[in-house]
Design a protein around this ligand. Sequence first.
Ligand SMILES: C[S@@+](CC[C@H](N)C(=O)[O-])C[C@H]1O[C@@H](n2cnc3c(N)ncnc32)[C@H](O)[C@@H]1O
Length: 258
Amino acid sequence: MRSAIGIDFSEYKLAGIRRRLARRLALRRLTTLGEYVRLLRDEPAEVQALFEDILIHVTSFFRDGDGIEKLKEHGFPEILRQKRGDGTIRIWSAGCSTGEETYSLLIALLEFLAQEDASGMPVQVFGTDISEKAIEKARAGFYPDGAMRAVSAERLTRFFTKGEGGGYRISKSVRQRCAFVKHDLAADPPFSKLDLVCCRNVLIYFGQELQERLRPAERLDVGRHQNDGIRSLHDGQWVSRPFLRVSRGNTCDRAGRP
Ligand SMILES: C[S@@+](CC[C@H](N)C(=O)[O-])C[C@H]1O[C@@H](n2cnc3c(N)ncnc32)[C@H](O)[C@@H]1O
C-alpha cells in the first residue's frame, strides 16, 4: 500500500487490518495472502478497494446520541466567551468521513449562536479525511433520505434543501462555512489557531503509539469510545509529546501548563 499509493498503515491496529484483509480475500475468493499480493500487483483498482475498506467510513448525522448536543452546554459557551468581538470561531472535524459529523457540528454551533444572539459571529469549520473519495462526498453535501434519520424536521427545514429526485442537500449558507480537505492525521501537519478539534471514532483504529502522538491535551468526553472524543485546543497547538506529558490528567491550562 505504501509503495502503490503512498499511504502507510503500519501504525494502525493489526487486528483491524487483518479483518479487512480477510474480507477482501473472501470477496475475491482467494485463500492465501500470497495470492492476494499478486492480485494487488496486477489490479490497481484492488489497491484502492483495500484502502477504502481499511478506512471504514461509517458515520451519520448527530451520531452516538447527544454527543454533539452536549457541546452546546460544555464547549461552545466557553469558546464564545473567549471569542466575543474577537475573530472567527474555527473548528476542525478530523477524520470526518463523508461530512455528516462536520455539518452536524456546524448546525449545532449555528443553533447555539442564534440562541445566544451571536449569529453574526464568523465561523469556519474544516472537515478532513485521508480519503479523497469521502472528501468529495462531503463537499457535495448531498445525502439520501435514509441518512436523515437523526435529523429533526426543524433542522431539515432550516439547514437542508430537498432534492427534486429525493435526498437532501446541505443549504448553501452552511456549506459556505465548511472547507473540506484531504489530510492524513498520521503524516500531515495539523491545522492551527483552532477553538475546537473534533476527532471521533478515528483514533480507535490506530495503534498505541500513533494514538499517543495524537492524544488530546484537553478533552471533553462526549464520545462513545474511551480513546476518542471531542477535544478543545484553545491555544491552537497540536499535541506534541512533551505537551502530552504535562497533561496526563487531562487538566492543563490554555497554555498547556498542568
Ligand atoms: C468510522 S469513520 C468516523 C467518521 C466520523 N468522525 C464519525 O465519528 O462519524 C473513520 C474515518 O477516519 C478516517 N481516517 C482513517 N485514518 C485516517 C488518517 N490517518 N487521517 C485522516 N483520516 C483518517 C477514515 O477515512 C474514516 O472516514
